[in-house]
Design a binder for this molecule. Structure first.
Ligand code: SAH
Ligand code: SF4
Ligand code: F3S
Length: 490
């Protein structure tokens, strides 16, 4: 997208949103992809121990997509490997949200060039947000000749067709997004975890926050049918899954296409009716759409984890307006007050961007003050990264790195103090923890998460992984709680 046409392009996209009708992939279209899978199976069955490697960058949405990609590749006859050097097909699932994420994905993909020299039959694919726009897909076509397939987020479900055609036609395949997204059900999935599952409830985003590339690379919002989601959750619970995280860029606008039939709060209530011992999480909530009805449903259901991730992005009303966020500081704070009134123990986390174009010292002070006023349990903070094609990239007064760096450090120091203060009252309390296994940073300890999503470290054993245990907290730190297991189950 060229800079000079940016404003007009946004208007055109907004117009299309108003008219957009969600479309389901037709059963015969899904069946066609299954037929391709069968054809690929015949080819792959001739190979000696065919292996597939999927490398993932980005958010949970990408992790969920990668599980579908791996599921599809396994149906084709490949077995999973973590080692790109052992693979016969490598798919890199990319992120575009910040410059750093894009650079990382490109450099790792460059590293696979020598693998292709050694094994010319190796198929290298790149997919996800970074390559969803036609200009990036074209760039790869011209500058990265060793990449065989490129497909945007809207075309993930067509992977069988893409792989088959590159195999049979011996041609490189480029499938960028065309702005015609569908909801495709019945794609195979191979989940990384046996006890925690991602469930996408909707795809895309219509919000066009002025800094954000996501709406341009994930397409327009579209929701899965409630019955498809509920069936998926029911199966997961029957398979022993303990934690289900519902995913969407703005879960609070779930179901808008269905009129009054089922909004997000209603979907959550219906999911909680499924019998079993499991926790439901969700992300992400946009403050402009997070409803009091949703908070009431959370408060009324033990199965919903008492954690709310509510990205504020900035504490300055002026910057929030420039960001196109459609709420102000007071509306945000009033939502937080309601949440705490209904659920006094709720853990709240946020995302914050430092150094949005035009952010003054006073704007930044407003951000620090909202962080203190809310008292977040956790914060994910980002230095603003200019994304070509977004309105903010065109704004004057991009903030110099020296200033953003200093503000960023102050924000983190402020939050670290708050995190410690929020963790201290847990000392001497007993909390329920879903065990993740041995801690990566601290391998002599086991690690798990509370309902509020706080990390807990304790002495454990492998039999606990994937189960709930009760932990008596003995020490509160900034980033974790430490304690002792007191019973196996709640
Ligand atoms: N849909 C979610 C989050 C999407 S991206 C939401 O609206 O909350 C995750 C986070 O990345 C955002 O919340 C924002 O804080 C950050 N982010 C998005 N674009 C960014 C950019 N250009 N520079 C820095 N951070 C960005
Ligand atoms: Fe980006 Fe805003 Fe959409 Fe979130 S809601 S994905 S920040 S445009
Ligand atoms: Fe990145 Fe796409 Fe997620 S841009 S943050 S992987 S939606």
């Amino acid at each position: 997208m060229r800079h000079c046409t940016e404003k007009r392009t946004n208007m055109a996209i907004m117009k299309r949103i108003e008219k957009a009708e969600p479309r389901m992939a037709k059963p015969e279209e899904i069946q066609k992809q299954r037929t391709y899978i069968e054809k690929i199976r015949a080819v792959v069955s001739e190979m000696t121990s065919p292996k597939a490697c999927v490398v993932t960058y980005g958010c949970q949405q990408n992790e969920a997509d990668s599980e579908r990609i791996m599921g599809t590749l396994c149906e084709m006859g490949y077995t999973p490997t973590q080692e790109p050097k052992d693979a016969d097909i490598i798919i890199v699932n990319t992120c575009a949200v910040r410059d750093h994420a894009e650079k990382k994905a490109l450099s790792i993909t460059g590293g696979y060039k020598h693998l292709k020299h050694k094994k010319p039959s190796l198929i290298i694919g790149v997919c996800g947000c970074m390559v969803s726009k036609a200009d990036m897909s074209d760039k790869i076509k011209h500058s990265y000749p060793y990449i065989d397939i490129v497909f945007g987020t809207e075309n993930l479900w067509k992977l069988p067709e893409i792989v088959y055609r590159t195999m049979k036609e011996d041609k490189r395949m480029f499938f960028p997004n065309l702005g015609e997204p569908v909801v495709a059900e019945g794609i195979p999935v191979l989940r990384e975890s046996g006890y925690k599952a991602w469930v996408s409830i909707m795809y895309g985003c219509n919000n066009f926050c002025t800094y954000c590339i996501v709406p341009y690379v994930r397409g327009r919002e579209r929701s899965r049918r409630p019955e498809d989601i509920i069936n998926e959750v029911r199966e997961l619970v029957a398979d022993g899954y303990k934690e289900i995280t519902l995913l969407g860029q703005n879960v609070n606008s779930y179901g808008k296409e269905f009129g009054d039939e089922c909004d997000f709060a209603e979907l959550l209530s219906r999911i909680c009716e499924i019998e079993g011992d499991f926790l439901v999480r969700f992300m992400t909530s946009h403050p402009k759409d997070a409803s009091r009805k949703l908070i009431d449903v959370m408060a009324a259901n033990d199965k919903i984890a008492k954690h709310f991730h509510l990205p504020v992005q900035s504490g300055s009303d002026r910057i929030l307006k420039e960001m196109n966020r459609h709420y102000d500081r007071e509306a945000y704070l009033s939502l937080i007050r309601y949440m705490r009134e209904k659920m006094p123990d709720i853990c709240i986390s946020t995302d914050i961007i430092v150094g949005f174009p035009g952010e003054t010292d006073a704007d930044f002070e407003d951000t620090l003050s909202i962080v203190k006023e809310v008292g977040y349990d956790m914060m994910y903070s980002f230095i603003y990264s200019k994304r070509t094609g977004t309105p903010a990239a065109e704004m004057e007064e991009q903030i110099p790195e020296a200033i953003t760096g200093e503000r960023f450090a102050r924000l983190i120091d402020t939050q670290n103090e708050i995190s410690l203060t929020k963790n201290q009252p847990y000392t001497d309390k007993t909390v329920r923890v879903l065990v993740d296994g041995r801690s990566k940073n601290n391998p002599e300890k086991f690690s798990g998460r509370t309902e509020g999503n706080k990390i807990v470290l304790f002495d454990g054993d492998d039999s606990m992984t994937g189960n709930f245990v009760m932990v008596h907290i003995t020490e509160a730190q900034t980033f974790a709680l430490k304690g002792d297991v007191v019973a196996d189950k709640k």
